[in-house]
Design a protein around this ligand. Sequence first.
Ligand SMILES: [Zn+2]
Length: 245
Amino acid sequence: MIAHDWFVEHRTDFVARTLEPDEERSFTEHLGGCADCRAAIARLEQELAWLPMGLAPVPPRPGLTRSLVAGALGERRGPPRWLVPFALAASLALSLGAWFWALGTTRAFERQLAQERGRLVEELAMTRDTLGIIREAGMVRHASISMGKKQGGMLIFADERTHRWNVVVYGLPASEPGEVCQFWFITDSGMVRGVEVKTDGRSPALLTLPMPPNARNVMGAALTIEPMGATGAAPAGVELAHLML
Ligand SMILES: [Zn+2]
């Protein structure tokens, strides 16, 4: 004879179908004569139906199917006959809901992984590209820059194979308000505006630059301080560095 406490303690196990076969048999027998446990089990089953229990839905306990069929056939206990189709439909909807919830979560996770992978691949390609230009550089040029007490410089790695430059600008303080640090290409047809260089006085600015379009012959580079928003074809401000290849 099993003490009633055992049944109370194992109600959840019974609903989750984790009992040994002989324990499950004892529990089923006990349910026949214990209204308390029946009520508790019904409540637990209702609660668990709402929970998405991982990817694999728990198969219904054999007794549950039987009691639903018994109800449908008008036997004692179980819901009234007319309620059964609704109960079945509701239970099916709940299982489907749990499935879609789990499926949706998995898809979102997969999407997130794919995005993260794409970002890493892109970053790796950029890093390889930058390192490639430095390693393959057929020409390296350096110019020192003094700004007040600050000592910095500009370093150009020119990759003649891919016609791109890696430019490092270091040691320069952040630009004054309303001013920018501007990079220029020096070509045989004059100065060509390059990109703005973000300086912060701490870490070097690293630029990877293709040769300017329509420029036949790039001969060097310059760095100037320009008023913010200037679009002129030639530098108007103070020149910081002037470097010929
Ligand atoms: Zn009981």
